[in-house]
Write a protein that binds this ligand. Structure first.
Ligand code: AQP
Length: 324
C-alpha cells in the first residue's frame, strides 16, 4: 500500500497534529510505502513571514524526524521542491467546479479568520491537496477529521478525471483515527486545536513548565466529575481523550481512576504524563537541531525520489488531456 500525507509548516507541531495524523505515520512506515510532505505551498494561503519561512520548514522536518519518521523507511520532502504539484494543480483546476470549493468548511473558516486576505489560493487549496495525493497514485491518506471534506473532493476530482479522460488516477482511501481525530483547543474545547492559533495548542516541544501551565489552565466545564460527555463536558472529554491516547488506557478506566478526584488532581496527573511522554521527542529534537546539512540531505533525497513518481503520473495526465 502506498501512503501519502502532508503537513503545513505554519507553526510548531501540536498534540492534535500528532494524535490525529503523524502518530499514524510512524506506525504505517513499518509496513507500508510512505511518502510524507511538508506542504509549504499550502501555507502561503494564510498570512506568513517570508523571512522566517525557511526556518519553519526546517523545524517541521526536524519535528517529524524527532517523533520517529525514519528517512530509511519513509520519503520526507518539501512540496515546493517537486514542481509537479503546482503543474497538476493547474490541470485539475480546469475540471473542478468553483461551487465545490466555495462550500468547503476550511475555506469558510479561514476566510472568517483572515478577512483581509481572502486570496484565490485559499479557495483553490483543496485542488493543490488533491494534486499532492493523486500524483503518487496513493492508496491511503491518514488524516485528522478536519481534512475529511478535502479528501472527498480529491476522490471526486480523481473519478471525474478518469471518466472524462480515461483511467489515470487511483482513488485514495481516507484513514481517520477512531479516537483523537479532532483534538480540541485548550482555550476553547468547542474549536479544534490549530497551529495558527497558538493559544489553542499544546506543542510537542513545550517545556515541562509550559506543559504544566497550559494543562492546569485548560478551559474545563462546570461540575467536578471526571466523565466523558462530549455534549455537556467538552473540555474534560477532550482532556480525557488526550490522557487516554498518551497513556494507552481506555477512557472508562481513567474515569474509574479519577472517581471522586477533582479537576485539579486530574490535570496535574495529565501534565506529568505528557511531560514524560513528550520528553523523548524533545531530546531527539535537540540532537537534530545541530544537524542542518543532514536534514537538508534527507529532504533533497526525498524530493528526488518523490519527483520520479510524480513525473510519471503527470506525463500520463498531460497525454490524456491532449497536451504535447
Ligand atoms: N486538532 C486536531 N486534531 C486532530 N488532527 C488534527 N490535524 C490538525 N489539527 C488537528 C491533522 O494534522 C494534519 C496536519 O495538519 P495541517 O498542518 O495540514 O493543517 P491543519 O489541518 O490546518 O492543522 P492546523 O494545526 O489547524 O494548522 P493551521 O492552523 O495552519 O490551519 C492533518 O492531517 C490534520 O487533519
Amino acid at each position: 500500500m502506498r501512503i501519502f500525507s502532508g503537513i503545513q509548516p505554519t507553526g510548531q507541531l501540536h498534540i492534535g497534529n500528532y494524535l490525529g495524523a503523524t502518530k499514524q505515520w510512524v506506525e504505517l512506515q513499518k509496513n507500508q510505502e510512505c511518502i510524507f510532505s511538508i506542504v509549504d505551498l499550502h501555507s502561503l494561503t494564510i498570512p506568513y513571514d517570508p523571512i522566517n519561512f525557511q526556518k519553519k520548514i526546517m523545524e517541521t522536518a526536524i519535528a517529524h524526524l524527532a517523533i520517529g519518521i525514519e528517512p530509511e523507511k519513509s520519503l520526507l520532502f518539501v512540496q515546493s521542491q517537486v514542481k509537479e504539484h503546482t503543474e497538476l494543480t493547474w490541470l485539475l483546476n480546469t475540471i473542478c467546479p468553483v461551487g465545490e470549493l466555495q462550500r468547503m468548511t476550511q475555506y469558510k473558516e479561514k476566510s472568517r479568520q483572515f478577512k483581509k486576505n481572502i486570496n484565490a489560493g485559499l479557495l483553490n487549496y483543496p485542488i493543490l491537496m488533491a494534486a499532492d495525493i493523486l500524483l503518487y497514485q496513493t492508496d491511503i491518506v491518514p488524516i485528522g477529521k478536519d481534512q475529511k471534506q478535502h479528501l472527498e473532493l480529491t476522490k471526486m476530482l480523481a473519478k471525474k478525471f478518469n471518466q472524462k479522460f480515461g483511467e489515470t488516477f487511483k482513488i485514495p482511501k481516507t484513514q481517520i483515527p477512531k479516537i483523537g481525530a479532532k483534538i480540541m483547543a485548550l482555550n476553547n474545547p468547542k474549536k479544534k486545536m490549530s497551529k495558527s492559533i497558538p493559544q489553542s495548542c499544546l506543542f510537542l516541544f513545550d517545556e515541562p513548565k509550559t506543559i504544566r501551565k497550559k494543562i492546569m489552565s485548560a478551559v474545563t466545564d462546570t461540575g467536578k466529575t471526571i466523565k466523558y460527555d462530549l455534549k455537556r463536558k467538552p473540555g474534560i472529554s477532550n482532556l480525557l481523550t488526550i490522557y487516554s491516547l498518551f497513556s494507552e488506557k481506555p477512557v472508562k478506566e481513567l474515569e474509574k481512576k479519577f472517581k471522586g478526584k477533582g479537576y485539579a488532581e486530574f490535570k496535574k496527573q495529565l501534565a506529568e504524563l505528557l511531560i514524560v511522554k513528550l520528553e523523548p521527542f524533545q531530546r531527539k529534537r535537540k540532537e537534530l537541531v545541530a544537524r542542518e546539512v543532514y536534514i537538508k540531505e534527507i529532504l533533497n533525497q526525498g524530493a528526488k525520489k518523490a519527483q520520479t513518481i510524480a513525473r510519471t503520473t503527470l506525463q500520463q495526465v498531460k497525454q490524456k488531456m491532449g497536451l504535447l
